[in-house]
Design a protein around this ligand. Sequence first.
Ligand code: HEM
Length: 441
Amino acid sequence: MSVIPEFKIARFSIQAPFIFAKDPLLAIRRGFDACGDTFRLKLFREFAVSRDPAFFKQVLVTNHKNYKKGSSSKMLNPVLGNGLVTSEGDFWLRQRRLVQPAFHRERLQELFVTMGQITADFLHEMETFRGKKAVDIDAKMMGITADIALKTLFGNISHEDKMQIYHQVNRTQRYLVTRVRRPYRIPLMMVNGERTRFKTDLAYFNKLVFEFIHQRHGITEKPNDLLQLLLDSLDEETGEQMNDQQIRDEAITMFAAGHETSATGLSWLLWELARQPNIIARIRQEAEIFDTVPTFEQLLKLPYTRQVIEEGMRLYPPAWTMTRESLGEDEVEGQIIPKGISVFMSIYELHRNPNIWKNSLVFDPENFSLENVKNRPKFNYLPFGAGPRLCIGQQFAMMEMQLILASLIKRFDFEIDPSHHVGIYPQIVLKSTNGIKLFIK
Ligand code: HEM
């Protein structure tokens, strides 16, 4: 058995966290170029970084009990509480059983009606930008996916409450990520008002979400939304229900995990498609059948659009990495994964790994033709993760992205704004450095 090779990102170890924080994607790429598909990296703690499908399989499925989410998810606890993304062990399993029914096909079909109405309103809004100056498409996608997430979660929510939750949850997430990526800024955040703002934001949206929950107790006419499904769900084994705190944690988790990811996937895709007229033409042909508010049956008739979305998430996976901590020593392909190491699985690099993808950097939806999907090993493509902690919102997200993409392409053309530089800057999701500006035609 061999030791995973170490990649030294800087001459002096004290420099390493700063270099990594400045450009994480470049730092990781250099590691793969130097050491192959798995390497060790010392930052504030030691990581095993991988883009090897066998490594993903070992950690997420084969020996998943040897890995916990650990400190990277703990940092999100103040916002997400003990929801599905952050919880562990038996408690997580109980929650997963309670929440899973909310994402069954029949439920999703009902939620699709809400998605369709919101998308139709959004198309009207986009009409006002046609032929005008370039718009930040990422901000627009964040807007529509937040609308969908909040309406499918909380039903009839006022515009004011919606905007509060939207801005506050996003701000608090960013605050927590900065604390982890740039811990040397913590003293500054304590005096420059960022910490106070974080606490005020958190208190405010907690109050709002608890109000929504309390209003539901005792009502007879039950709304058709995710919050109600959470309130009604029963553990089949124990007959237990979730308490209000747990419902708050799951609702905020769904909002946080569910809107920025889909928005980011769509934004990168539109940016790519603005240079791909042939692909646009094929999507438009498929979307012919779409009514202004399409039906679920119409959605199922968009196989090519689905392929395009899958290829978009290959080159730009919104959840670009998954992390774990090893509880005991493990082994994959003759290499030792030491006990107590932080495991960093780069989905971004797995999907661009030249050893497993032909022309790995070329955008080509044929990668997802029936034939190619059938012949490809499962662990080469994991935008939604794998194993017991596979994304619970996968079908929701695919449905939402197909709906929005096909509706937009049916109606609009998109053009790159050459004066706007687009760069990737990975946060929790794969954001751009400075927005993604496109002309709408
Ligand atoms: C394009 C959109 C999305 C992407 C790329 C995505 C990706 C992922 C990934 C990779 C994981 C696994 C994380 C890990 O194992 O560490 C995950 C978990 C999760 N996702 Fe998503 N997701 C998306 C949309 C959604 C939506 C729409 C929802 C909810 C409405 C959602 C809710 C969750 C939850 C609750 C978990 C934790 C599941 C668990 O640990 O049991 N996601 N997602």
